[in-house]
Design a protein around this ligand. Structure first.
Ligand SMILES: [Zn+2]
Length: 283
């Protein structure tokens, strides 16, 4: 595939649907005070998904309570992690599609590449293989590197904030559940279930039960909430508002020319594609 510059992804897919996220947390996990939105983006990139290109951007929130021992702490918009892995320019749905077609349906990479091209996803065979390896890494046990990162967050913050969300890859009934850690912007692990069920979900999360958890976040799917409750009964839960915020942001972008202008200024000021500050080492 032709190598293209990464610093202006929005020009590559001018038709990309925009999805703007803010941190899903409303209150500081330490002091409980309301979080304030940061003015600039901590992540922005364009990705290819099974449903066409998407422009993703995220804004963090910050604790502004001076009495809080974690005053100034940033909470990132980690819903972006559910849509695309750090540093990846493909959607997680593409990763899941490749994994499922190869693993479950025994399709060869070259066939999968052809299918993806037909669905409008630009990808070569080498990248199909690369995304397949990402899929395997995601479904395997958390690496030593990820464990070290989680330990460091526990050391610094006294606990983790886990988020769990599901996405449905195209063409079959399985769900891909993704576990991520919000304070570090780390994708920890994933599991693909067909049919989705609470027991497997709970067993999967139990692997991480020994970590102290400050809070957990999910999109409200009952199975996820039940599993989170079973594994971390004492952790406060906050509901993720991804869809609501996503739609709202789209509406706002359509209607609010001031914001659009401001967005152009913000985006124009960034030198290159950025990602979660601590999440560069997932693969
Ligand atoms: Zn605080």
């Amino acid at each position: 595939m032709e190598k293209r510059p990464r610093h202006r992804p929005q020009r590559r897919y001018p038709e990309a649907k925009r999805q703007i996220f803010t941190s899903e947390l409303k209150v500081c996990a330490h002091c409980g005070s309301e979080l304030k939105l940061r003015p600039n983006w901590h992540v922005r990139k364009t990705i290819q998904t099974m449903n066409g290109p998407r422009f993703l951007a995220g804004r963090a929130k910050i604790c502004t309570n001076r009495e809080c021992p974690h005053f100034g702490m940033r909470y990132y918009a980690s819903q972006v992690l559910l849509l695309s892995l750090p540093k990846s320019s493909y959607g997680l749905d593409v990763v899941a599609y490749i994994g499922w077609r190869h693993e479950h349906d025994q399709r060869q990479f070259v066939e999968i590449q052809r299918e993806l091209n037909q669905k409008g996803v630009e990808i070569n065979k080498r990248n199909v293989g690369k995304l397949y390896r990402q899929y395997l890494a995601l479904l395997g046990a958390a690496s030593e590197q990820i464990k070290k990162k989680l330990d460091a967050i526990v050391e610094k913050h006294g606990g983790l904030i886990f988020g769990v969300d599901a996405l449905q890859p195209e063409g079959h009934g399985s769900l891909l559940y993704v576990l991520y850690e919000i304070l570090s912007g780390t994708v920890v692990s994933a599991i693909q279930l067909e049919p989705p069920n609470e027991k497997d979900l709970t067993d999967w999360l139990k692997t991480y039960q020994s970590y102290p958890v400050l809070a957990s976040v999910s999109d409200g799917e009952e199975r996820i909430i039940a599993a989170l409750r079973a594994v971390w009964p004492n952790a406060p839960r906050q509901r993720c508002q991804e869809h609501f915020l996503g739609n709202l942001a789209d509406e706002v972008l359509e209607n609010d020319t001031e914001l659009r202008k401001q967005m152009r200024v913000d985006l124009g000021g960034l030198p290159k594609t950025t990602d979660f500050p601590d999440s560069s080492s997932f693969f």
